[in-house]
Design a binder for this molecule. Structure first.
Ligand code: DC
Length: 224
C-alpha cells in the first residue's frame, strides 16, 4: 500500500514550497494539483474562453488532454502534447484556474488523474480538496494557512523576483478573490478536513514549517 500525505490550504500559504521539500526529504513524489487546474485554465484562455463562461468550459473540457510526467523529480504538466510548466505560473493563470475549478467536468477529469497517481506511488499531494475529497484516507492530512496579509506579501515578493509587474494591493485583492471563489464554490470547496492538522505559517519560516511537517509525517508512519 502506498503512503499519501495531503496538504490543503488557501492560495499563497506556502503549500507548494513546503510540499516539494517534504516530498524530497521522504523520497516521495510531489503532486501539485493546482498546476493541473492552471493548465486547464491556460487551455481555456488559449481558446478565448472567458472566466464567466462555464458553459463553454463544460463543452470544451473533454478535448483537453492533461498528462503528468516527472523529470528529475520535477512535475511537468503536458497539455495536448505541449509542456506548459512555464506558462502556468502567472497571476492570470491562477485566477483562470480558480474559475475553471468550479466546473464539475473539469474537477472529475483532474481528480481521476490525481487518484491514479496516488495509487501508484507514495505521494505528497497539495491542493484544496485533497484531504476532503481526492484522498479521504490519506495517512496524514495537513491544512496549511497564513493571514491574507502575509500570503499577499509572500506572493508579491515572488512576483517581484520574477520581474512580473504588480502592486501589493493588487496581489492582496487577487488572493481575497481566489479565497472567496475557492472556499464558496458548490463542488469540493476549500475546507479543513475534520481529521487534518491545522498549521498556521504566518509567523514561521519555511524551515520551521518543514520541521513540524516532518515530525507529523514520522508520527503517521513515514520514514525520514
Ligand atoms: O494551488 P494553486 O494556486 O496553483 O491553484 C490554482 C487554483 O486551482 C486554485 O485557486 C483553485 C484550484 N484548485 C482546486 O480547485 N483544487 C485543487 N486541488 C487545486 C487547485
Amino acid at each position: 500500500m502506498s503512503i499519501s500525505i495531503a496538504i490543503d490550504g488557501p492560495a499563497g500559504a506556502g503549500k507548494s514550497t513546503i510540499a516539494r521539500k517534504l516530498a524530497e526529504k521522504l523520497g516521495y513524489i510531489y503532486v501539485d494539483t493546482g498546476a493541473m487546474y492552471r493548465a486547464m485554465g491556460c487551455y481555456f484562455s488559449g481558446l478565448g474562453v472567458k472566466k464567466e463562461d462555464a458553459e463553454a468550459m463544460r463543452r470544451l473540457c473533454g478535448q483537453a488532454d492533461i498528462e503528468i510526467r516527472y523529470e528529475q523529480g520535477v512535475q511537468q504538466v503536458i497539455l495536448n502534447g505541449e509542456n506548459v510548466n512555464d506558462q502556468i505560473r502567472t497571476e492570470e493563470a491562477g485566477l483562470m484556474a480558480s474559475a475553471c475549478a468550479k466546473i464539475k467536468e473539469v474537477r472529475e477529469k483532474l481528480v481521476n488523474l490525481q487518484r491514479a497517481l496516488a495509487a501508484k506511488a507514495d505521494v505528497v499531494m497539495d491542493g484544496r480538496d485533497i484531504g476532503t475529497y481526492v484522498l479521504p484516507d490519506a495517512d496524514l492530512k495537513i491544512y496549511l494557512t497564513a493571514s491574507v496579509q502575509v500570503r499577499a506579501q509572500r506572493r508579491y515578493r515572488e512576483l517581484m523576483e520574477k520581474k512580473e509587474p504588480c502592486s501589493l494591493s493588487e496581489v492582496e485583492q487577487d488572493i481575497i478573490a481566489r479565497d472567496e471563489q475557492d472556499m464558496n464554490r458548490q463542488i469540493s470547496p476549500l475546507r479543513q478536513a475534520k481529521d487534518a492538522v491545522l498549521l498556521d505559517s504566518s509567523d514561521l519560516t519555511v524551515e520551521q514549517v518543514l520541521e513540524k511537517m516532518c515530525r507529523l509525517a514520522e508520527s503517521a508512519g513515514a520514514r525520514i
